[in-house]
Ligand binder design. Structure first.
Ligand SMILES: *[C@@H]1O[C@H](CO)[C@@H](O)[C@H](O)[C@H]1NC(C)=O
Ligand SMILES: *[C@@H]1O[C@H](CO)[C@@H](O)[C@H](O)[C@H]1NC(C)=O
Ligand SMILES: *[C@@H]1O[C@H](CO)[C@@H](O)[C@H](O)[C@H]1NC(C)=O
Ligand SMILES: *[C@@H]1O[C@H](CO)[C@@H](O)[C@H](O)[C@H]1NC(C)=O
Ligand SMILES: *[C@@H]1O[C@H](CO)[C@@H](O)[C@H](O)[C@H]1NC(C)=O
Ligand SMILES: [Fe+2]
Length: 457
């Protein structure tokens, strides 16, 4: 029997070690796709850059946004139930229009229309524009909120508009599994161009339309949304982002679009801002403290936090940038048994063990992450494929808390099955969708706080 013990011992040894994948295969380069490859749609004053997101706290509302280049009118969205055979009742909702200037760039008319009082779990068609510039799209509302409602999220971060970005988006779309994208920040990378060439915000909007006009993306702001450039007189942080991407922040009692929360299917999703004040007494801190008390796990078992800069990151790129926010918020994440903290920013992939590092105080010197069944898993999916390239320099040795890390572009899927189980998988761009570079069954921290085992261990 000694050999069984030896094998178990060996297996156990493997399970405890984190994995640094040395996967190498040619991916599309992170070279930006020229603007001419993202032409505006045909037709006079045709609505473009069409995108949707959840419009309220509970998923019965959708914000439809679009840009018209020449005229403000028509300034409404027409929508109807797509599967209604007879007596199609068409409804119309007017939009708010905004425009902005950035250095010498002038935006088109940016329209935001909030469609309220939708029915759950229903497919709607919608129409924008007029004459030969008329365009039609559709979306499906989420099921009514409930503890065992299955729902699948795509996870994409740091996308940009390169050949690799396109590969990521096409790869994600080819699954046809995702129902909503959790977009982890860093959209267009317009700011890496001279004068933050805001036409890159337009081409990015056209690029993601094939996904985002049909399924909501939950937006979070990254550092590339700051667009601060005092040398050309641009002092207002997040100016292009806030004009272009609206979110339902008031619905969750937030006073800033940079942090807010929504409930969707069986999840409560909290969006935080790495680039806004979060120390004690600040608005974000006060709001989060209050919001966490509102989470009802009997209603939404899955508690998900999104932020741009990861709190646990063992890549040399952006190393320890998330540390200040970790010190402030991590005790709450453990106290409230957050299931997942998803981040972007680091252009690589990494998944942590369930660990916490909250025992430290300035006199005890205890500052090592330890396994903690109440702690979230931290996952960095900043590998959408942007112009800055891959973050391929991991720290040595791989820290114990790091379960899996790999420097490849890709996206992830979170398939929530019921109140206890969720299947999570990460898909590198070079593989067919059937292959996952990393996958694991996650167990809910409130209803089933068991330890998980990933399949690649
Ligand atoms: C903005 O200014 C830059 C630099 O002067 C110039 O290259 C660019 O063509 C200008 N763009 C517009 C829309 O005027
Ligand atoms: C579209 O309509 C506009 C005016 O409404 C017209 O000037 C233009 O020629 C039309 N384009 C096509 C391709 O029919
Ligand atoms: C939590 O949600 C459940 C199920 O909807 C409900 O019965 C309960 O009253 C809620 N609890 C609170 C404190 O609102
Ligand atoms: C700091 O941590 C030590 C060890 O856990 C504990 O004994 C001490 O009370 C803590 N100090 C404060 C001010 O909480
Ligand atoms: C929850 O889903 C998992 C995975 O599909 C399944 O094994 C489990 O039986 C489900 N639980 C219930 C109560 O249905
Ligand atoms: Fe970033």
């Amino acid at each position: 029997m000694w050999w069984i013990v030896t094998i178990l011992f060996l297996l156990n040894g493997v399970c405890d070690a984190g994995i640094t994948s040395s996967f190498v295969r040619k991916a599309a380069p992170s070279i930006e796709i020229p603007k001419v490859h993202f032409p505006p749609p045909d037709g006079y004053n045709a609505p473009e850059q069409v995108h949707i997101t959840q419009g309220d706290y509970v998923g019965k509302s959708v914000i439809v946004s679009w840009v018209t280049p020449l005229e403000k009118e028509p300034n409404f969205v027409t929508y109807w139930e797509a599967d209604e055979k007879k007596n199609i009742k068409r409804n119309r909702v007017h939009a708010k229009i905004t425009t902005y200037r950035y250095y010498n760039y002038s935006s088109g008319y940016i329209h935001h229309a909030t469609i309220n009082r939708l029915q759950y779990n229903t497919k709607y068609a919608y129409e924008l524009g007029s004459g030969n510039g008329t365009r039609q799209f559709s979306f499906t509302t989420p099921p009514e909120i409930g503890p065992d409602v299955p729902y699948t999220f795509g996870l994409i971060g740091d996308l940009g508009q390169t050949l690799a970005s396109r590969e990521t988006l096409e790869h994600y779309l080819s699954t046809k599994k995702g129902q909503t994208v959790l977009f982890l920040g860093d959209f267009s990378y317009a700011d890496v161009h001279p004068y933050h060439d805001n036409e890159k915000w337009d081409t990015f909007g056209r690029f993601i339309e094939k996904s985002n006009a049909y399924e909501p993306w939950i937006y979070i702001a990254g550092n590339h949304e700051l667009d601060l450039s005092p040398e050309i007189g641009e002092y207002v942080p997040f100016k292009p982002y806030k004009h272009r991407y609206h979110v339902p922040f008031q619905a969750s009692g937030s006073r800033s679009p940079l942090w807010y929360s929504i409930k969707r299917a069986s999840t409560h999703i909290i969006v935080l801002s790495s680039y806004s004040a979060f120390a004690i007494y600040t608005p974000q801190y006060t709001w989060l403290k209050e919001e966490l008390t509102k989470v009802n796990r009997s209603e939404t078992p899955w508690l998900i936090i999104l932020m741009h800069s990861p709190m646990y990151n063992s890549n040399n790129y952006h190393f320890m940038e998330g540390e200040t926010m970790r010190v402030v918020f991590e005790p709450w994440f453990v106290k409230y048994k957050v299931d997942f903290v998803f981040a972007g920013h680091v252009h690589s992939y990494e998944r942590s063990e369930r660990v916490s590092n909250i025992q430290y105080n300035i006199t005890d010197g205890l500052s090592t992450p330890v396994k903690d069944v109440s702690a979230p898993v931290y996952i960095t999916v900043g590998d959408g494929g942007n112009i800055e390239g891959i973050a391929d320099s991991f720290t040595e040795h791989q820290p114990d808390y790091s379960a899996f890390r790999e420097a490849s572009f890709g996206h992830a899927l979170l398939e929530i099955k019921n109140r206890t189980h969720a299947f999570y998988s990460w898909h590198r761009n070079q593989d067919s969708m059937a292959v996952s570079g990393d996958s694991i069954w996650f167990y809910n921290r409130h209803f089933y706080p068991k330890e998980e085992r990933s399949s690649n261990e």
